[in-house]
Design a binder for this molecule. Structure first.
Ligand code: GLN
Length: 192
């Protein structure tokens, strides 16, 4: 199994380290050719406007969509989730439209720009997952076949899955908990 991590901008090294800890071949992706032969792609957190523009300029937007049609799985965290959405609220770039979700950027007010909270994620088992939120987006709406995997205590959706697509509003790569990366690998291999 080979997983790529979009390395245009943002927290990609941490994702590569997590994948290597799980014994998986992990490779940075900056140009369309580097998508060849990948079973899965992680789109990291960072600044979605910058990542979105770089993706467009390096012709990655269409290349990623094509690889997804051929069966590649995608896992987006934070800005990565914004880029996977069907509908965004930033006119600066076109989201990939890989998941039928509507997201709102920087959705938590100033005081809550960054926070940590324990999340109940039934798909990962009983133990709560440490949710690290940094200027995070939220999911305003999920449509069609999208499944909600986690919510904050007030009901806000912060994790969702649709088939081979996985999107989180927070940063599992900044914790010691490997379960979301493991879960993605199981999605990729068709075991989850
Ligand atoms: N606030 C960023 C954005 O809107 C996302 C932050 C992050 O990825 N940690 O793109």
């Amino acid at each position: 199994m080979k997983i790529g991590v979009l390395a245009s901008q943002g927290a990609f090294i941490e994702h590569i380290e997590k994948l290597r800890q799980l014994g998986v071949e992990a490779t940075p992706v900056r140009i369309p050719e580097e998508l060849e032969g990948l079973d899965g792609l992680i789109i990291p957190g960072g600044e979605s406007t910058s990542i979105g523009r770089l993706m467009r300029d390096y012709k990655l937007t269409r290349a990623i969509r094509n690889r997804v049609k051929q069966g590649m799985s995608v896992f987006g965290t934070c800005a990565g989730m914004i880029l996977m959405a069907g509908k965004g609220d930033d006119p600066a770039f076109e989201p990939l439209g890989l998941m039928d979700i509507a997201v709102r950027r920087n959705a938590f007010g100033r005081q809550l720009e960054s926070f940590e909270t324990e999340l109940n994620v039934p798909a990962l088992g009983e133990k709560p997952f440490p949710g690290v939120f940094i200027r995070a987006p939220l999911v305003e709406k999920v449509n069609g076949t999208v499944e909600v995997l986690a919510r904050l205590a007030d009901g806000t959706i912060v994790a969702a899955r649709d088939g081979k697509m996985l999107a989180l509003a927070f940063h599992p790569e900044l914790t010691d908990d490997l379960r979301f990366h493991q879960y993605f690998l199981e999605m990729v291999s068709g075991r989850e």
